[in-house]
Design a protein around this ligand. Sequence first.
Ligand SMILES: Nc1nc2c(c(=O)[nH]1)N[C@H]1C(S)=C(S)[C@@H](COP(=O)(O)OP(=O)(O)OC[C@H]3O[C@@H](n4cnc5c(=O)[nH]c(N)nc54)[C@H](O)[C@@H]3O)O[C@H]1N2
Ligand SMILES: Nc1nc2c(c(=O)[nH]1)N[C@H]1C(S)=C(S)[C@@H](COP(=O)(O)OP(=O)(O)OC[C@H]3O[C@@H](n4cnc5c(=O)[nH]c(N)nc54)[C@H](O)[C@@H]3O)O[C@H]1N2
Ligand SMILES: [Mo]
Length: 658
Amino acid sequence: MQVSVQSGRVVRIQGHPDHANTRGALCTKVSRYAERTYHPERLLQPLRRVGAKGEGRFEPVSWDEALDDIASRLGAIAARDPQAIVPYSYAGTMGLLQGESMAARFFHRLGASLLDRTICASAGGEALALTYGGKVGMPVAQFADSRLILIWGSNSIASNLHFWTHAQAARRAGARLVCIDPRRTDTADKCDEHLALRPGTDAALALALMHELIVHDGLDQDYLDRHTSGWPALREQALDWPPERAARVCGLEAERIRALARDWARIRPASIRLNYGMQRVRGGGNAVRLIAALPCLTGAWRERGGGLLLSSSGWFKPVRDDAALQRPDLLAGRQPRLINMSTIGDDLLRPASAEFGPRIEALIVYNSNPVAVAPQSSRVVAGFRREDLFTVVLEHFLTDTADHADYVLPATTQLEHLDVHTSYGHTDVLLNRPSIAPVGEALPNTEIFRRLAARMGFDEPCMADDDEALARQSLTGPVRYEDLLERGWLTLDLPERPFADGGFPTADGRAHFTPEGHGVATFLAPHESADSAPELARRYPLAMISPPARHFLNSTFVNVRSLRDIEGEPVLEMHDDDARARGLVDGMLVRVWNDRGEYHCVLRLNRRARAGVVHGLGIWWRKLGVRGTNVNELTHQQLTDLGRAPCFYDTLVEVEPA
Ligand SMILES: Nc1nc2c(c(=O)[nH]1)N[C@H]1C(S)=C(S)[C@@H](COP(=O)(O)OP(=O)(O)OC[C@H]3O[C@@H](n4cnc5c(=O)[nH]c(N)nc54)[C@H](O)[C@@H]3O)O[C@H]1N2
Ligand SMILES: Nc1nc2c(c(=O)[nH]1)N[C@H]1C(S)=C(S)[C@@H](COP(=O)(O)OP(=O)(O)OC[C@H]3O[C@@H](n4cnc5c(=O)[nH]c(N)nc54)[C@H](O)[C@@H]3O)O[C@H]1N2
Ligand SMILES: [Mo]
């Protein structure tokens, strides 16, 4: 990113023209980052609650007052049991410093509960680790060399623009693009083919593709023999899935599944851009295990431009020194309990017990907006409203979560602080230099935790490391901070065809279809579907997914006027037939509900929805929504098969005029 500054103020933000992944282009959201930074509602001072919990009324206080009081409140809780204190953080910034560096040291030293960071990627992440041994895949630029790309569960134009550039280059060179997504997205519009399957049925589709590869001689038996294990069991499982069976489950035509299998066997190089959208359902982990097997069945890994990419984050393992940065040794032998961030609603309401441990008494939130993004909001809100819960939120704005704080602490944005970034798409390590001084009295997360640590009497030298020192400690091996300073970014040296001859990061270098402790992967019906919950499906016949809105980043940017104006209002997309059956018309205000709650939004009949499926787009701030709720009012806290992750896209609802 290139930031132009005049008289200490950011005037323009662009991509760096020399950076191969962006070539100067930024998505609409980030190009408005200056508007966000100088937003009139930006938090400029620490705030202390004066109103009732959740009311959002505060008075300004000095940093000293705020930190003294927070330290003494946390100290008193820690004296009883530090595990009653819980950190809560995720993707606000994914920087190594302003994410989990000084914060992790602080909580480790304190002995606070550990946070299981499952809200986004852990089902697919665990599935990849079981199959390939890590979160590794094709270098993203190689998609330009593919002749067939399956874009599977990803609206790349909206959420992964820099991959899309490579996919378009491939298409110009004659590649065929196939989109597998219940929603007819902008991306689906631009592909050669779109398979609009029912949500949560990807495993069935993958098994039927395997069936066809087996039956019609589409396998690379040599690759399977030499570089995989567990194929006989997987083969047997796939033979139970003729395309007709999968077609019934997925709501697709069997002939289209056959045709896709023929293409996957015939066209080379062939690749899959898998993304996290498709793993937010009960069987998401199993589905990723099966899809990850597909490039092994045909030996697609043999060619440049062949294979699969879900996440590239595992490639950074050799250059990231997480232990040096986060210092788990500060736990000094203690083993605090693990709180799953995806069930924070239930966990905040849970009493102390032998199994759970102490009741949660304090929550420190940074880089996250759980009241908006965590599933089943009514439970999350009830938890945050507990009068006896002490909540501190580090934020840029008074979000739905900050409204529930006892103290709100103003944090810097990435224009104001130092950071080092890795990625889960490309394979560059990037330096983030501050371009302006902090706005108002804002401080970096690192500095806030440093000051708190000092007040709590944590006097280990590592608790005083400054950001420059943290940046040096964050990297190891071939990528040095000094080199980053010179160039701004460095590209990891990846093999040209990473798994052409096996060499997966598993113990034996093979891809595993029956990894230790697991049988062969299979199709699991969603928690909420006609198959698994027929009575529920009679009352709530519509499956709802809630993928991101293009101009928001999860719940970030929802308060940026120019971007909200593009999104308009919270919408629900629906198929014409489903609307007609309910007497609903385009543009109408509707009530979407199930046993957990209700959500009001505007109906859009834009032919993006298939029959039986509705789309509640974007994670709106509750208070900026139509009647003070957002789509997570309807989602539940049941978890995925692998990775203990939420099932945001596994929800049944009904819709009526508001
Ligand atoms: N503009 C924008 N960009 C973003 C984000 C954002 O909020 N806004 N979020 C960022 C983050 S945190 C993440 S994790 C990534 C997510 O990146 P992706 O996982 O690529 O997310 P989406 O692009 O929303 O793609 C999800 C797609 O999956 C589809 N889908 C839903 N259920 C199913 C299913 O069962 N099967 C299949 N095959 N498809 C399904 C949805 O319709 C949607 O089009 O994007 C990042 N980029
Ligand atoms: N229904 C539904 N729910 C979902 C999803 C979905 O698709 N559907 N997607 C899920 C996914 S993929 C994810 S990753 C999660 C994301 O959930 P979160 O990680 O909570 O992400 P955001 O909603 O973007 O909120 C991040 C907050 O961090 C703040 N922030 C940014 N930078 C900094 C900083 O440097 N310091 C501090 N202190 N704060 C900062 C921002 O102002 C913002 O309010 O949401 C999940 N929730
Ligand atoms: Mo995410």
